[in-house]
Ligand binder design. Structure first.
Ligand SMILES: NC(=O)c1ccc[n+]([C@@H]2O[C@H](COP(=O)([O-])OP(=O)(O)OC[C@H]3O[C@@H](n4cnc5c(N)ncnc54)[C@H](O)[C@@H]3O)[C@@H](O)[C@H]2O)c1
Length: 277
């Protein structure tokens, strides 16, 4: 059984990215696909890159059919040569690169005791070294232009622990927030703003395909706002961060989790306790 992914009310704010060029990694599905759609809908020319060439092509074709300027590219974010070649091609084709969204990531699920050193390294490689390699590769172009926006997709796991993924994931996302701050500091004088978005549990189509109403309701109980985040929620915060509304933001990590990190219990239990005392 699967659940439906609801739609958010239409966006009232207008962000204009026309003339800008964006690269989103891990954009073949899920949150990355939502971000690619949102940036393109705001007028950017978007390259949706993913390890899985076919998935990226199908998604880009779907967005192109909606009239959006999205093309697909295959890339492994851990492959320095491949990342450099992709960004070189992208800049040669478009003459610029304004926005990079480091979204690609993997998740392990084992306990620390059961995790092999290779599994640990692989998560760190994709989730932390990947954003380093992609950011390093875009810096010369953005620095020459005196403008750039880099958004790293972290996780609320970076601030506590991951409930669904493993310790390597938690460590990689905490590292990514540290990298965000350091890169923000070094890149700021060149006019490049670097920030992170930390999604809480997000209802992607993959999760919807395996979730049941019951498991979903149980997870929603832990979110004060009463629902899981949607890829579009994450996209809207990315849109804010790459827009002129966020002009003075640097090195920040914004939780998009409906308040999940704020409390210890679900809100029902919280109010119940106050009624008793
Ligand atoms: N879904 C959630 O609940 C949630 C919560 C917190 C944070 N996040 C973060 O949001 C981002 C997207 O999550 P999602 O749920 O959409 O994930 P997902 O697994 O559905 O999508 C990730 C994409 O990254 C691609 N990818 C994996 N390794 C790659 C590599 N080496 N090179 C290039 N692409 C690669 C995959 O092929 C996939 O298309 C991730 O950074 C994730 O850690 C997600």
């Amino acid at each position: 059984m699967s659940v439906e992914v609801p739609a958010l009310p239409p966006l009232k704010a207008r962000v204009d990215l026309s003339g800008q060029v964006a690269l989103v990694t891990g954009a073949g599905r899920g949150i990355g696909l939502g971000i690619a759609r949102g940036l393109a809908a705001a007028g950017a020319t978007v390259v949706a890159a993913d390890l899985l060439a076919e998935v990226a092509s199908e998604s880009a074709a779907e967005l192109a059919a909606e009239g959006l300027a999205v093309t697909a590219a295959q890339v492994d974010v851990t492959d320095e040569g491949g990342v450099g070649a992709l960004i070189g091609r992208l800049v040669a084709d478009n003459g610029r690169l304004d926005i990079l969204v480091n979204n690609a990531a993997i998740t392990g699920t084992k306990t620390i005791e059961d995790t092999s050193a290779d599994e640990w390294r692989q998560t760190l490689e994709v989730n932390l070294t990947g954003p380093f390699l992609c950011s390093k590769a875009v810096l010369p172009t953005m620095t020459a232009a005196g403008y750039g926006r880099i958004v790293n997709i972290g996780s609320v796991a970076a601030k506590r622990i991951s409930y669904n993924a493993d310790a390597s994931y938690t460590a990689s996302k905490a590292g990514l927030l540290a990298f965000t701050r350091h890169l923000a500091y070094e890149a700021a004088p060149a006019g490049i703003a670097v920030n992170a978005v930390c999604p809480g549990p997000t209802l992607t189509s993959n999760l919807a395909a395996i979730a049941t109403e019951e498991t979903l309701r149980a997870r929603e109980k832990s979110v004060p706002r009463g629902r899981l985040a949607l890829p579009e929620d994450i996209m809207r915060t990315v849109l804010f961060l790459v827009s002129d509304l966020a002009e003075m933001l640097s090195g920040q990590a914004i939780d998009v989790d409906g308040g999940s990190l704020l409390g210890w219990y679900d809100t029902e239990t919280y109010f119940e306790r106050r009624r008793v005392s």
